[in-house]
Design a protein around this ligand. Structure first.
Ligand code: F6P
Length: 373
């Protein structure tokens, strides 16, 4: 018999399609199978600190399986272990030199959970959010992690939910620029999200038949990219599709940074490499080039059927494992099996990256794709 009676769910970090189906699956399993009480924590860790707790009842999760975003809202700026000092209006306080001061407010969060009678905390997040999850587990909180991110860069799991939807959107983006690129004989450069990992660009690039795929794991030489397009032109190809990851690095190690968010625990926002590459290719190849940034379109909207199923499996399994007392873990997909792995192991490892000599890269190269290497 489990002593778990009341659980809470929190969604942290950048949102992605599939969060709502997970919430639905956790709520339905918890209430209908185990008669638990479920609390939603709004705005990620911000809500945990500020006690933004709302009851999650069955009616709240009706009709959300196909809805993007998260009904609980999210935040990617609230690491309670390194939390900016704020004033009574919740504005960040800076010292006389303009520097943000940080303090650890995690004990307040732990107390908030105790005060609300919450026995276990279900955390839906990527590596940042789940790093805090591991740290709360170390403080004795009963944590169950569920892996979310369009980047698919979390260790120990083959797939995170949200990834499939983002691949689908990015592939559609490549398909759409293809026809206009063909009409105008242009080089179409499409910038795809993924932070430091090239999974999304690699999958979408293969599915969208890109001629060039540039990912952070394989530094590119722009001369080689240009040469590939020139060679294709000589063979009669009148347009080119370049799928570039926002985190792509040139051989000299340069990455293009969009902005630095000093109030965020993960302050670097990548972006802009697509425009840089389009400019370079236009002058090196002598064909007109255009850049498209897919941006947050990849994170919004309805989850694919695949993500809805994966999210539902994760949500169900998370409750099952919690009722067996298996806390401090994250549910994972390995092969086609849902299992669990300690958050210590997930967070203790580097994020999961594309193997430059791996099977997918080999397959893409066999299709004639250049990685600029
Ligand atoms: O981690 C998910 C992700 O969408 C990355 O692919 C991207 O680099 C980042 O989040 C964007 O963050 P934000 O929503 O803060 O702009």
């Amino acid at each position: 018999m489990s002593d778990i009676k009341k659980i809470a769910i929190l969604t942290g970090g950048g949102d992605c399609p599939g969060l709502n189906p997970v919430i639905r699956a956790v709520v339905k399993t918890a209430i209908e199978k185990y008669g638990l009480e479920v609390i939603g924590i709004e705005n990620g860790y911000h809500g945990l600190y500020h006690k933004s707790f709302v009851p999650l009842t069955l009616d709240k999760v009706q009709e959300i399986i196909g809805v993007g975003g998260t009904i609980l809202h999210s935040s990617n700026k609230d690491n309670l272990f390194i939390y900016p000092v704020r004033d009574e209006n919740d504005e960040i306080v800076k010292d006389e030199n303009g520097n943000i001061q940080y303090h650890d407010v995690s004990d307040i969060a732990v107390q908030n959970l105790k005060d609300a009678g919450i026995d276990a905390l279900f955390i839906l997040g990527g590596d940042g959010t789940l790093t805090s999850g591991r740290d709360f587990a170390r403080k004795g909180v009963k944590v169950m992690g569920i892996p979310k991110t369009i980047d698919n860069d979390l260790a120990c799991t083959d797939f995170t939910f949200g990834f499939d939807t983002a691949i689908t959107v990015a592939t559609d983006g490549l398909d759409r620029v293809r026809t206009t690129g063909m009409s105008h004989h242009r080089i179409m450069v499409v910038e795809i999200m993924g932070r430091g990992a090239g999974w999304l660009t690699l999958h979408a690039g293969i599915a969208g038949a890109a001629d060039v795929i540039l990912i952070p794991e394989i530094p590119y030489d722009i001369q080689k990219v240009a040469q590939k397009i020139i060679d294709d032109k000589k063979k009669g190809k009148t347009f080119s599709i370049v799928a570039v990851a926002e985190g792509a690095k040139s051989v000299d190690g340069k990455q293009v940074i969009l902005k630095v968010r000093e109030d965020s625990p993960d302050p670097i926002r990548l972006g802009g490499v697509g425009a840089v590459i389009a400019d370079e290719l236009e002058s090196l190849v002598g064909s007109e080039a255009r850049a498209t940034v897919l941006g947050h379109v990849q994170r919004g909207g309805s989850p694919t059927a695949h993500d809805r199923v994966l999210s539902t499996r994760y949500g169900y399994a998370a409750v099952e494992y919690a009722m067996q007392g298996k806390f401090g873990n994250m549910v994972v997909l390995q092969g086609n099996e849902i299992k669990y792995v300690s958050l210590e192991d997930v967070i203790g490892q580097k994020t999961k990256n594309v193997e430059p000599d791996g099977e997918l890269v080999t397959v893409a190269k066999a299709m004639g794709v250049s990685f600029g290497d």
